[in-house]
Design a protein around this ligand. Structure first.
Ligand SMILES: Cc1ncc(C[n+]2csc(CCO)c2C)c(N)n1
Length: 215
């Protein structure tokens, strides 16, 4: 069995809980409160800034030039999404750009993986970001009833064909890295993958609750 098949099996339950989360259900119907969506976008732009840096950092550590090129492309695409978010969605908003606890947890986790773990583990930690978004995007596209959804732009970004290719490449690279490493490292890769998947759920949940700092 491929590393990625086992990885997905381990997060099946988390993925189901993401699909059942009111943020996703209401995003799909178009009924999601605009303020919650804006909260999500503001945090996501903070998230993407860090995520892009981590992708570039992983690229630096990859020996295989094809894999390095792919990760540099992912990093460059992420910066493009970050900038587009600012331009199209967030430009008119008086931005409250203080980072939420869940966003800081997630970005700190991937930075920590990059700084202190192996490149294999770091790659596994960023994979849920690709894979879960692809699955959620496809799921929403396939189950949408309302045609006029105010969030259609967002949905099309992650449900589209172009994004599917990037996700396939990211999965393939993780599988290659897993084949060429030890059993111990493969386990650590699964652990990082599961942790980051939990943080994907937390990210939606924190937006739905418009999470604040308790003190
Ligand atoms: C919390 C959070 N997780 C994942 C994504 C999705 N995403 C962000 S960057 C990237 C790689 C290429 O653009 C992908 C798939 C997101 N936007 N926000």
């Amino acid at each position: 069995m491929k590393w990625s098949e086992e990885a997905w099996r381990r997060i099946e339950g988390i993925y189901t809980q993401i699909l059942e989360h009111p943020f996703i259900i209401e995003l799909m119907s178009g009924e999601l409160d605009r303020e919650k969506f804006n909260f999500y976008l503001t945090q996501d732009s903070l998230y993407l800034a860090e995520f892009g840096k981590v992708l570039a950092g992983i690229a630096v550590k990859l020996e295989d030039s094809e894999q390095r090129k792919e990760f540099l492309n992912f990093a460059s695409d992420t910066v493009a999404v970050e900038q587009a978010l600012h331009q199209f969605y967030l430009k008119d908003q008086k931005q409250n750009s203080s980072v939420s606890p869940s966003c800081l947890l997630y970005t700190s986790f991937i930075h920590k993986q990059l700084a202190t773990a192996s490149v294999e583990e770091a790659a596994a930690a960023v994979l849920p970001c690709f894979w879960i978004y692809k699955k959620v995007g496809d799921y929403i596209l396939a189950n949408q009833e309302e045609q006029e959804n105010q969030y259609q732009n967002w949905i099309d970004t992650y449900g589209g064909e172009e994004f599917a290719l990037a996700v396939e490449k990211a999965i393939e690279i993780c599988d290659h890295l897993a084949v060429n490493t030890s059993i111990e490292k493969r386990k650590q890769m699964w652990n990082a993958f599961v942790k980051a998947s939990k943080m994907e759920w937390m990210f939606w949940d924190s937006a739905y609750k418009k999470e604040t700092w308790p003190v």
